[in-house]
Write a protein that binds this ligand. Sequence first.
Ligand SMILES: [Zn+2]
Length: 285
Amino acid sequence: MKKRIVWLVALAATAAVAQQPAPVSVEALKDGVYWVKGGAGANTGFIIGKTEVLVIDAKTTAESARAMLAEIGKLTALPVKQVVLTHSDGDHVGGLSGLPAGLTIVAHANTRRDMEEALKDPKMSALQAYLPTEVVTGDRRLKFDGPRVNLLYFGAAHTAGDLVVHLPQQRIAFVGDLVFVGRDPLIHRRKGGTSFGLVKYLNQLLKVDADTFITGHSDPLTKADIKTAVASIEERQAKVKGLIAQGKSLEEIRAAFGLTAAAGQPARRFPSLVEIIYQELTEKK
Ligand SMILES: [Zn+2]
């Protein structure tokens, strides 16, 4: 009996370890620009300026955001004064409450709107003190005492509030969740996202003077990776359009893409790209 209990405890410990995210770690890109992997939530970034540090996105939990601050503290004694949010998803903004109070928080107006909406859930109340303090609705140069930072906005895509943080001199762009690798893009229709908007957005991104693209959930990407992502979305859009023109139902279209869930499989957390495209093409304008 005793042996069995020991084994069960060991098993529980293994399960707990398996759920732990990888520790937060930092990779230098160029000229004081860094990207941050690990912790709970999406990749983030930071830029060490002359008198201040700018952070891009905040991970999911206050704990992971504090772990990121600790990593920044190993590289510089300068204070973090500003955060730019690439969009409003929890894995990018949930950790804001782990950052110092009184920060300048910059986001697109639609991201602030989404965050205000999220505050209706009492579980999110820690974000009340961390709503964006400066909203952007189009391209703008950020006030920052360091390398030039441009904020770019090309319309609704993953959400209606996706901002790109572009460093033209370093040829680096932080693009949040505009590009996924090895999986379909997520489109949050509830937040105004659209697959056709995403293709437009990515085609604009391809014209931006940059060769390193930092995303929320992949290794750094190149323009070739973005082109591949665009082609794969466009291919799906064309196929869904063709099937709708043939009078196929959503069920038949799902089956054509092999998306029919096997019995007993859990439901997907988010609708597939094919379903999103179908909804976009069939909704009444
Ligand atoms: Zn996202």
